[in-house]
Design a protein around this ligand. Structure first.
Ligand SMILES: Cc1cc2nc3c(=O)[nH]c(=O)nc-3n(C[C@H](O)[C@H](O)[C@H](O)COP(=O)(O)OP(=O)(O)OC[C@H]3O[C@@H](n4cnc5c(N)ncnc54)[C@H](O)[C@@H]3O)c2cc1C
Length: 411
């Protein structure tokens, strides 16, 4: 194919646009242009190749009551969006079947194994290798009971090709002056890391695509037809045509796929952040998950960000004040230096019921490609996804079997 229209310019669409443009496929990326709308703006910045287990697992179902927002946990459902998450939850429960879970883990392992090298390759392509900080991450426990429970669970879990070890006394001492007291215990993962700044990385990728002749159109797709040629109608009333189209609209991808007559049950799995430009968190102290607090703290180029929560609902709904307040009190409880009036954000992880992204080409319309549903791992998986999409678009074999990622699995 010579040309492609890409619907959605989060980190997944942006990475695909750059890879395709660099491979000689004239790319037009269509996105309304509000950088804060997508999950790619507000995530925790963690590159997590160790996260090979899908969230659709019976263990998570059994833990749900204890994990609920009402019980102090991160899990919540927007009651006004019950019509969205009820059918999604039915599919989620079906995906918890141990055989499906095992197949999902195999699929995620194949994708994640190449995720860090793919990040390094795209950072080199952009000319900013410093975008990737491969310094792993910590998970910390503040209490002896939390540490005992957490360490036991970690020892039983599958971490793919990544590994971890208990943090040394010197590593724990690095939290002195950053927290009001040192963690009781922590583990340090190797193999992953973080980006220096999620939005900065996305902007650099988009800029590199534009420098290579890629076009970025600030608009919204209101209709799509496969053709050929593929045709996208825009909210402004204009229309664009190209040999192919790629759907990469994050949590809105279900709506776009519906325009093509395809059912893709993506839900908004909403997460929250607060962010402080004032911080004494050292730049080289990696992303840290405070397991008992359900909070992830990440130091970016010019700020410290705390993220939390898993709230099922519409990606267009407003944020819940209580969640920002709780996040603020958790961060204060840890004794982290933070702005008293932090920046607040809510956004949606694009989640499919089996927590395996949809990546491939439509069987009944081969000029329709898709890449969405990356859930908790879209930042980590964007560059490897873009390599797979580029292989499909340029007639090369992808690096691994794409059968588990077919969108047709949802019927
Ligand atoms: C709180 C939180 C923390 C997270 N932490 C991490 C982490 O540490 N590591 C990690 O790997 N992942 C993390 N994630 C997940 C990750 O952020 C997402 O999986 C990823 O950003 C999804 O990228 P995307 O490009 O698919 O979607 P998005 O970033 O949501 O982008 C979709 C884009 O499509 C556009 N769009 C929608 N409809 C249309 C249309 N009709 N026409 C044109 N454009 C359209 C939207 O405006 C948006 O710009 C986190 C997510 C959250 C919410």
């Amino acid at each position: 194919m010579k040309s492609i229209l890409i619907i959605g310019g989060g980190i997944v669409g942006a990475s695909c646009a750059l890879r395709l443009q660099a491979a000689g496929v004239q790319s037009t990326l269509i996105d309304p242009g509000d950088p804060k709308r997508g999950a790619s703006y507000g995530n925790a910045g963690h590159l997590g190749p160790e996260q090979v287990s899908p969230w659709s697992a019976w263990g998570n179902v059994l833990r749900a009551p204890r994990s609920s927002f009402g019980a102090g946990g991160p899990l919540d459902f927007r009651w006004t969006d019950v019509a969205l998450w009820t059918p999604w939850s039915m599919r989620f429960l079906a995906a918890c079947d141990p055989a499906r879970f095992a197949r999902g883990r195999e699929a995620l392992s194949a994708l994640l194994e190449q995720s860090m090298p793919a990040w390094q390759r795209i950072a080199d392509l952009v000319g900013k290798p410093e975008m990737v900080l491969p310094h792993g991450h910590f998970t910390a426990w503040m209490t002896p009971e939390g540490a005992e429970r957490g360490l036991k669970a970690f020892a039983k879990a599958n971490w793919g090709t990544s590994s971890y070890r208990e943090a040394s006394a010197d590593e724990l001492a690095r939290y002195g002056g950053v927290l009001s007291r040192l963690p009781h215990a922590a583990v340090r993962f190797t193999g992953g890391g973080q980006v220096s700044d999620p939005q900065g990385a996305r902007e650099a990728i988009l800029a590199s695509c534009a420098e290579r002749g890629g076009e970025i159109v600030k608009d919204s797709a209101t209709n799509v037809s496969a053709g050929p040629p593929a045709r996208v109608t825009l909210a402004s009333g204009a229309a664009r045509e190209a040999d192919a189209v790629l759907v990469s609209a994050g949590a809105w991808s279900g709506r776009v796929m519906a325009m093509l007559g395809v059912h893709a049950p993506v839900i908004g799995e909403r997460g929250y952040h607060i962010q402080s430009p004032e911080t004494n968190w050292p730049r080289d102290l990696p992303t840290t998950v405070f397991d008992e607090h359900f909070v992830v703290l990440s130091r970016f180029t010019s700020s410290l960000r705390a993220t939390s929560f898993v709230e099922f609902g519409s990606p267009d709904a407003p944020g819940d004040e209580r969640k920002w307040r709780r996040l603020q009190s958790r961060v204060a409880g840890l004794g982290v230096q933070f702005s008293p009036a932090p920046q607040r954000w809510v956004g949606s992880r694009p989640s499919l019921p089996d927590f395996v992204p949809a990546i491939g080409r439509l069987e009944r319309a081969p000029n329709v490609l898709y890449a969405f549903g990356h859930a908790h791992l879209g930042l980590t998986e964007a560059p490897i996804t873009s390599e797979v999409i580029c292989a499909l678009a340029t007639g090369r074999a992808p690096a691994f079997d794409l059968a588990p990622f077919r969108v047709e699995r949802f019927g």
